[in-house]
Write a protein that binds this ligand. Structure first.
Ligand code: SF4
Length: 174
């Protein structure tokens, strides 16, 4: 069975994505690396929910906590850009690079990311970034396809998961 390290941005986006990968025949592990999330109590909450959905879906969970200074150095120069511009591309890249690093070290076949389930994020751009980092080891799955976003929201409601109302960083919160 092929293995996938799935970068999970939050539990709500994770629950359907994990299920889909499992249904598609992959062995999956959830990977939480999101130094973009602000403030710290929001980070802790999203991590907790991501861990909970991995438990619900019976897959392993791994958190990589590295502090947010690298994210700030990269993304703060673009603080005033609107969501979806350069700041976000750098934010995706940082998170996917770390996912690939972890996947290589642990000998996973593939990586993928829940970021593509959001209707606010351009999957094509995420695919380009993922492929530039991991080549054929990046699974270009558009989780929002076939009502993926609707399905994950329905699952989140069913399990009474916490749903945030901003993307994650200090600039998106503002
Ligand atoms: S809006 Fe979201 S994707 Fe963009 S930089 Fe902030 S946290 Fe990252």
């Amino acid at each position: 069975m092929k293995t996938v390290l799935l970068h999970i941005c939050c539990g709500v986006c994770g629950i359907y994505s994990l299920r889909k990968l499992k249904n598609d025949g992959f062995s999956v592990k959830g990977f939480f690396y999101n130094p973009n999330i602000h403030p710290q109590d929001e980070y802790a909450r999203r991590k907790e929910v991501a861990e909970e959905v991995c438990r619900l879906e019976k897959v392993d969970f791994l958190e990589k906590e590295s502090g947010s200074s690298q994210w700030h150095d990269l993304c703060s120069p673009y603080a005033n850009q609107k969501e979806g511009d350069k700041r976000c591309a750098l934010c995706y890249e940082l998170r996917l690079k770390e996912t690939f690093k972890e996947a290589k070290a642990a000998k996973f076949d593939y990586i993928a990311t829940t970021l593509t389930i959001s209707p606010y994020k351009k999957s094509k751009e995420i695919f380009e970034i993922g492929k530039s980092i991991a080549g054929d080891s990046f699974l270009a799955i558009d989780f929002k396809k076939k009502d993926g976003f609707k399905k994950t929201i329905a699952l989140a409601k069913e399990h009474k998961l916490y749903r945030q109302d901003y993307c994650g960083c200090i600039f998106s919160k503002a």
